[in-house]
Design a binder for this molecule. Structure first.
Ligand SMILES: [Zn+2]
Length: 145
């Protein structure tokens, strides 16, 4: 595991962004060429967008949100389209839609994504339904965990 150090825009401390092969391959497959990495930093969360070479292309800081629902055995997992599957232009996405999409890896559930980006479950669910309707998400799969 390699770490890239960046300065936190919120508190000014150094943040270590972990970068491994899985992250690089996720960025490689992602339509935007970037993938989101989330690091908890005190009461806030640093979101780093990493390209397939392990370079950090942008940083966002969001407030951590307390988990509002308990996890059930049913998980809903958004499956993003990859680069080869043809999707609408990423320029049409709002910053928040773009953020959520960058954290979809086909394995994380909506609840896990919500925790990573510091948003409420139902807000993330709503955005994912929009992304699905607009054709950025292939399906939202329900699985038993
Ligand atoms: Zn910080």
């Amino acid at each position: 595991m390699k770490y890239v150090q960046v300065k936190c825009k919120r508190c000014g401390d150094i943040v270590n962004i972990p970068i491994d092969d899985e992250i690089l391959s996720r960025a490689e497959k992602s339509p935007s060429g970037l993938t989101g990495v989330s690091v908890i930093h005190g009461d806030h969360i640093v979101l780093a967008y990493v390209d397939s070479h392990g370079n950090i292309r942008s940083i966002e800081v969001v407030d951590a949100v307390k988990r509002t629902i308990s996890y059930t055995r049913m998980k809903r997992i958004p499956i993003p389209k990859d680069k080869t599957e043809g999707l609408p232009s990423l320029d049409l996405l709002s910053p928040i839609e773009w953020r959520i999409l960058a954290f979809c890896d086909g394995k994380r559930s909506i609840g896990e994504i919500a925790d990573l980006v510091g948003m409420h479950y139902f807000d993330v669910k709503l955005i994912l339904e929009k992304l699905y309707q607009k054709g950025y998400i292939k399906e939202i799969r329900t699985v038993l965990s």
